[in-house]
Each structure stands twice: as C-alpha cells, then as structure tokens.
Design a protein. Structure first.
Length: 116
C-alpha cells in the first residue's frame, strides 16, 4: 500500500490481486448478490484510490480496505432504501385519470349501463 501511495505503477495491481478476492467474499456475504458485490468492489477500490493519502503508512491495509468496502455497502443500502421510499410514495399517490377529472361529489366510476 505504501508503494502504491508513492506512485509505484505495479503496486496497485499487487495490492488489488492480494486483497480483492477477500474483499469480494466479504461483500458477497453482506449482499447475497454476486453482481452487486462486484460493483461494490469496484466502488471500494475507487474510494481507496481517492483516499490513498489518508492511509496510515505501516498499517495493515486489509482492515482499512474492509472499512471502505463496508462504507460502500452501507451507502448502497441507504440509496436502495431511499429509492424504495420514492417508489412507495409514487405508488401510494396514484389516482386513475377518471378520478382526477370528475367533478366534486360526482362519482368517477359510472355504472356500466350508463357508459356508452
């Protein structure tokens, strides 16, 4: 990790190869969805790249990368819950067009014999 922070070209590849399988297994356990786990793995390493200056040199990088992975997972869960709430609100506020255009006190649903 320190070599990667110093800009050594091959260091990221070695870091990724050494930690990605373990992090992917962790994420797959959290999500129970291999596709989502792979997406989260990409997000994790993107965050690692963006935050590499915050890495404490000499520390084992695996716990830090695991923390980044968990943060990515939590962010995804938060986004999914928010999207679910939006869908619920949208579905709960649906009114058929006939109801929207009926006059107050008038039924929008006329008996079948009155419809021509």
């Amino acid at each position: 990790m320190a070599r990667y922070c110093d800009g050594e070209l091959g260091a990221f590849l070695r870091l990724y190869e050494g930690t990605a399988p373990r992090i992917l297994t962790y994420l797959a356990t959290l999500t129970a969805d291999t596709g989502m786990a792979r997406e989260l793995l990409q997000e994790t390493f993107l965050r690692l790249h963006e935050n590499r200056a915050r890495y404490v040199r000499g520390a084992n990088p695996v716990p830090w990368i695991s923390t980044l992975a968990h943060a990515c997972f939590l962010q995804r869960q938060k986004s999914l819950r928010a999207a679910g709430r939006e869908r619920s609100r949208a579905a709960g506020s649906f009114m058929p067009p006939a109801v929207l255009h009926s006059a107050p006190g008038e039924s929008a649903f006329a008996p079948a014999e009155k419809i021509r």
